[in-house]
Write a protein that binds this ligand. Structure first.
Ligand SMILES: Cc1cc2nc3c(=O)[nH]c(=O)nc-3n(C[C@H](O)[C@H](O)[C@H](O)COP(=O)(O)OP(=O)(O)OC[C@H]3O[C@@H](n4cnc5c(N)ncnc54)[C@H](O)[C@@H]3O)c2cc1C
Length: 286
């Protein structure tokens, strides 16, 4: 038997053992607190990765149906970019197959005509789009699809995520807020994901792959296609230009949710041109 076959068989045995062990675990708990205590007990190695509390997002079909019943795809269209906008928080149910995109789309169609809910349907389309891109190009997940369009090359970016980002102790109070939220809840609003990803890649000049790993470690909806290809879009390795923002933008969309005052977020201050000149000094005007 070749070394490869021996490794494959060992892998299969380990997987069977894991599935067997999981089947022995209790499935019913009198209350959520008992479930949380049990999961903590059987996963001590996760202690460093988890926030102090379990996520408020509940698992299971009943919780998914309740969340689906609450969506407002019409309000979504004009408020979704604001951190207190009418986003659905359905992502973890969709990611884990508890709700299908089709079911969500059909439910939305019962709540408003096509035009009124167009933006919502388009966003569902993004999930499908990333899955299809991944299925057609599985090797795009972890490698730069194109070069960075930032005036820097990949070697100019650090391989590892700096400790202060991992700990949520950066120079920006808003980013620290998003990092703590990500760790404590396993969820971030799309705009917060874009801000934090851009901060990692463009302000701190860290490879998008390091940021993507950090997100996947903590997101309950963590999905390598949506996550990594979105990171590549922010980074500009899968887009014509980098995504970045300034303090005015952050304050407009996030101040109702995170600490966004100038004093604690100076690194984002200035016009878009000012910020671009600081972040991308080797580039022509964007
Ligand atoms: C850097 C970065 C990392 C991301 N990582 C993930 C990830 O790991 N898993 C994941 O499911 N999504 C990811 N997204 C996409 C998006 O941010 C989330 O799907 C969305 O924020 C989930 O919250 P929601 O359910 O309240 O979304 P809503 O805004 O209410 O949207 C409804 C559903 O549409 C889909 N959707 C909406 N926007 C997007 C989008 N831009 N791309 C793909 N699908 C979308 C999701 O399934 C979502 O649940 C990422 C985006 C960025 C910028």
């Amino acid at each position: 038997m070749s070394q490869r076959e021996i490794s494959a068989r060992a892998g299969l045995r380990a997987e069977r053992r894991y599935l067997f062990d999981m089947q022995q675990e209790p499935k019913q708990f009198a209350e959520r607190a008992a479930l949380i205590a049990h999961v903590k007990n059987i996963s001590p190695m996760l202690a460093d990765h988890m926030g102090a509390e379990a996520s408020p997002i509940k698992g299971g079909r009943a919780a998914a149906e309740a969340a689906l019943a609450n969506i407002d795809p019409i309000a979504y269209g004009h408020s979704r970019n604001y951190l207190d906008g009418a986003v659905t928080r359905l992502s973890s149910y969709i990611r884990h197959g508890i709700l299908s995109l089709n079911e969500v789309r059909n439910h939305a169609l019962e709540l408003g005509d096509g035009k009124a809910i167009e933006k919502f349907i388009q966003e569902l389309g993004w999930r499908d789009f990333w899955q299809r891109i991944y299925a057609q190009n599985p090797d795009w997940l972890w490698r730069d699809i194109e070069e960075y369009k930032t005036g820097f090359c990949a070697d100019d970016y650090a391989d590892a995520l700096p400790d202060d980002i991992a700990a949520g102790e950066t120079e920006s109070a808003a980013m620290n807020h998003f990092i703590a939220e990500l760790k404590n809840t396993g969820y971030l609003h799309n705009h917060a994901r874009m801000y934090l990803a851009a901060y990692m890649v463009h302000w701190r000049r860290v490879k998008w792959q390091a940021g993507a790993v950090f997100f996947l470690e903590h997101l309950l909806d963590g999905d390598a296609a949506s996550n990594n290809l979105s990171f590549q879009w922010v980074a500009s390795t899968f887009a014509n230009k980098p995504y970045f923002f300034n303090l005015d933008n952050l304050q407009k969309f996030a101040a109702m949710h995170a600490p966004c005052d100038y004093r604690d977020n100076k690194c984002f201050a200035g016009t878009y041109d000012d910020v671009a000149m600081r972040l991308f000094p080797n580039m022509e005007a964007l």
